[in-house]
Design a protein around this ligand. Structure first.
Ligand code: SF4
Ligand code: SF4
Length: 401
């Protein structure tokens, strides 16, 4: 990997690591990444204790001034650590690193307590409850501006169809035909890489890329994403770590697409509605997922401004603790909850609504930690639905189910 021997020993990565702050036994990214790599290069076959406690959030890499691929080195070390794990953990991780399987039968994610104990699944982290919904979208958009692809990640497919439906309804109301891709449940490889299953992650990524290209109609001009983790994996990691060619069309997070493509009548309808004005302009908090922090939260801020939000406040939270399936593992539940609870005091202190640009993290905050959090697409749909219902706009989208 490029940059593995460039470490300056500055420890900036250690300060950026959310696990290091919450777990006094965790050696930190510098020790687990570049220092381990030096020993490996010298022929030492060591696997360090606590390497599995890294969430693969990549915040250390984001902070490193010289671009050491710290988290990816740690993932390689985890690959070796797997050999010493008990069979129950290997079986559990084999399932959790295939979220595309879980997405096909989301209700099975709630296992009885004795099965959870046997499989070393957390009994204190509630498993996500599927939010089923079917969009009923009026075909009478005022103008058709083109066709877009809506990337269906495995989490949204299995657990947050409300956000998928809301996004489809909004895009249709804005005059875009929507093609959902991929058509079948697949994973971009993020979950497997986070657990150190590097070869499996590459195979999953290759299958996902092939399916996107196969399922995208030719006339599609952009692929819209709802999950910053998948977005970051496909956009930044596929080429760098998996050796894959970039996708032939640009990817864009939903909130950025909304700011640049939603028509004027939509924003005017949201901002000018008298009933909503009387309710007061809402305050929102934002949380960008660990992987999304490379892009920053400028897109969420821009969306808030367009939607007439009175105040937008970034949550002071590096990682919510979900980190894919991290919070669902017995050995990580305490650290995961400690990381996420930092959000609770802030939200309780200054009331508001929380936008999170990934269903995985939103559900962790909402259903496990009790902090009301939704994807901004769902929030925007609700606001629009409320405004259009009040004004009687005839081609409003609606969600049933
Ligand atoms: S931030 Fe980068 S250069 Fe500094 S100690 Fe960590 S890996 Fe080394
Ligand atoms: S990937 Fe995240 S949890 Fe792992 S060492 Fe880096 S900052 Fe810490």
């Amino acid at each position: 990997m490029n940059g593995t021997d460039a470490c300056l020993k500055c420890t900036i990565c250690v300060s950026a690591c959310p696990v290091y702050r919450k777990d006094t036994e965790f050696p930190g990214p510098k020790a687990l990444g570049p220092e381990w790599e030096r020993r490996r290069a010298a022929g030492d076959l060591i696997v360090m204790d606590h390497v599995e406690d890294c969430t693969f959030c990549q915040l250390c890499e984001l902070a490193c001034p010289v671009g050491v691929p710290i988290a990816h080195l740690i993932a390689e070390q985890k690959d070796r650590a797997r050999l010493r794990q008990p069979a129950a953990i290997r079986l559990r991780d084999a399932i959790l690193t295939h979220p595309e399987w879980v997405a096909r039968a989301p209700r099975l994610s709630t296992t009885p307590r004795f099965v959870s104990r046997m499989m070393r699944l957390s009994t204190t982290s509630r498993r996500p409850q599927p939010r089923f919904s079917t969009a009923v979208v009026s075909p009478s958009a005022r103008e058709i501006h083109g066709r877009v692809g809506l990337f269906v990640d495995c989490f949204d497919r299995g657990f947050d169809q409300e956000t998928l439906s809301a996004s489809t309804a909004l895009l249709t109301a804005w005059g875009f035909a929507v093609s959902m891709v991929p058509k079948s449940s697949l994973c971009c490889g993020a979950a497997a890489y986070a657990s150190g299953r590097v070869d499996q992650a590459k195979r999953q990524a290759e299958a996902m890329r092939a399916a996107i290209i196969r399922d995208l109609p030719n006339e599609v001009t952009a692929l819209i994403t709802l999950n910053a983790t998948c977005d970051g994996t496909m956009d930044q990691e596929w080429a760098k770590y998996f050796g894959l060619e970039p996708l032939p069309i640009p990817m864009m997070p939903f909130h950025e697409f909304a700011v640049s493509h939603a028509p004027k009548f939509f924003w005017d309808g949201l901002r000018s509605n008298e009933e909503l004005k009387r309710e007061g302009r809402p305050r929102v908090w934002t949380h960008t997922t660990c992987r999304g922090q490379r892009r920053g939260d400028g897109g969420l801020f821009a969306l808030a401004r367009r939607a007439g939000v009175s105040e937008v406040i970034p949550l002071d939270l590096e990682c919510c603790g979900a980190a894919g399936s991290y919070a669902f593992k017995t050995e990580h539940e305490t650290t995961a909850h400690r990381m996420g609870s930092a959000a609770k005091d802030q939200i309780n202190h200054l009331m508001g609504e929380l936008w999170v640009d990934s269903g995985t993290c939103a559900v962790h905050l909402d259903q496990i930690l009790g902090i009301p959090a939704r994807h901004p697409a769902y929030w925007l749909y609700q606001r629009w639905h409320q405004a259009s219902a009040l004004k009687g706009i005839p081609d409003k989208p609606s969600i049933e189910g």
